[in-house]
Design a protein around this ligand. Structure first.
Ligand SMILES: *Cc1c(COP(=O)(O)O)cnc(C)c1O
Length: 395
């Protein structure tokens, strides 16, 4: 599948399939089923479907297949399977590969729904889950045992932008034969080199940067053909978490501009982080490309960029944070990320509201913390909007 093309060329052309009409743009095959020319063909296809043969949209569809091939080629994996949401991808991977009695080690700083799947769902089926501080390699070493089936982590955590060292954790996991599953949403498929660094299975919520315009939920799992087709696909196609062809088409088109968008957003994020750092009203600015980030060197080695999010802690706590958010004009208050529109989130009262205070403290989720997803607006306008809101926050 993967040709020797560079990223932008792959994003425009890889995975394209054309019908007998030779259409230029990728077609949306809005069909749940497929017509067989005769009964013998139907029988043959159920025995083994060929490359261009499909049975039912829950199993696969030509538009979905184009999206899967395009992202697999970008990520550098043999194959991919597209899902109805990022959570269908995360839960699908874990449920498909784990059985009662199995052991998984996970970093503690997780997206809320990922935490729910590990803490509340897997344990219900007898899977043993150990949580570690993802940045502390000694904790990974201590938790992983010869019976560990998998490790799971977000390569850059939400909302405090803490990194997990993919290469080192992969070495620790592989030494005992555990599979390395990475939720790579914050790193984006553009800045990620997770496969090169040892990850086995990479999961994305395509709701974020891949769609990039906040239109649809989607997800994808990238891995070896063996894992995707033998372990994941049977589970996904029989339990119903497959993507819709229309959504796959949106994602396929989102990928065309993914490299351009992520790089522009990361450039603006760096400009924003620099403009905020040192401001008297801010206790700290967290952005991996700033030398002040405690894992700056790891971030630059692992991603070559600080990514598209900037997090900062207002000295005035929740009151200052709310005054700040309410004064923003361009930047919207919401909880998505990776969107063309810049978005400000107050994690402690929204995305992380459910967590007990002690756990928020452990994760550094303070009352003044704001997570900013930097969009595609002119960074000069964003900085002016932020500065006006900072003035209002202190008033
Ligand atoms: C958004 C997100 C998810 C879940 O994705 P959905 O598309 O909302 O289901 C999982 N992990 C991370 C890190 C996310 O940001």
């Amino acid at each position: 599948m993967t040709k020797d093309w560079n990223t932008r060329t792959k994003l425009v052309h890889e995975g394209s399939r054309r019908s007998q009409y030779g259409e230029m743009a990728e077609a949306i095959f809005l069909t749940q089923g497929f017509v067989y020319p005769d009964a013998e063909s139907a029988e043959a296809r159920f025995i083994k479907a060929g490359e261009d043969e499909f049975i039912y949209a829950r199993y696969g569809n030509p538009t979905t297949r184009m999206f899967e091939e395009r992202i697999a080629s970008l990520e550098g994996t043999e194959d991919a399977f597209a899902t109805a949401s990022g959570m269908a991808a995360v839960s699908g991977v874990l449920m498909a590969m784990l059985r009662a009695g199995d052991h998984i080690v996970s970093s503690r700083a997780l997206f809320g729904s990922c935490l729910y799947v590990l803490e509340e769902v897997l344990t219900r089926y007898g899977v043993r889950v150990t949580f570690v501080d993802g940045a502390d390699l000694n904790q990974w070493r201590a938790a992983v045992t010869p019976g560990t089936k998998a490790v799971f982590f977000e390569s850059m955590s939400n909302p405090t932008l803490e990194l997990v060292d993919i290469r080192s954790v992969s070495e620790i996991a592989h030494a005992v034969g555990a599979l390395v599953v990475v939720d790579n949403v914050f790193a984006t498929p553009i800045f990620s080199k997770a496969v090169e660094q040892g990850a086995d299975v990479i999961v994305y919520s395509t709701t974020k940067h891949i769609d990039g315009q906040g239109r649809a939920l989607g997800g994808v799992v990238c891995g070896t053909t063996e894992f995707i087709r033998k372990t994941l696909e049977p589970y996904m196609k029989h339990t119903g978490g497959s993507i819709s062809p229309f959504t796959a088409w949106l994602m396929l088109n989102g990928m065309v501009t993914l490299d351009l968008r992520c790089r522009a957003m990361a450039d603006s994020a760096l400009a924003v982080a620099k403009a905020l750092e040192g401001d008297a009203r801010i206790a700290r600015v967290i952005y991996p490309e700033l030398p002040s980030h405690p894992q700056h060197e790891l971030a630059m080695a692992q991603m070559g960029s600080g990514g598209t999010l900037v997090t900062f802690d207002l000295k005035g706590g929740k009151e200052a944070a709310f005054r700040f958010m309410n004064a923003l004009e361009i930047i919207k208050i919401s909880n998505n990320l990776g969107d063309a529109k810049s978005i400000a989130t107050h994690p402690t009262t929204t995305t992380h509201q459910r967590l007990p205070q002690a756990q928020k403290d452990k994760l550094g989720i303070t009352p003044g913390l704001i997570r900013l997803s930097v969009g595609l607006e002119d960074p000069r306008d964003l900085i002016a909007d932020l500065q006006a809101a900072l003035a209002a926050s202190a008033a």
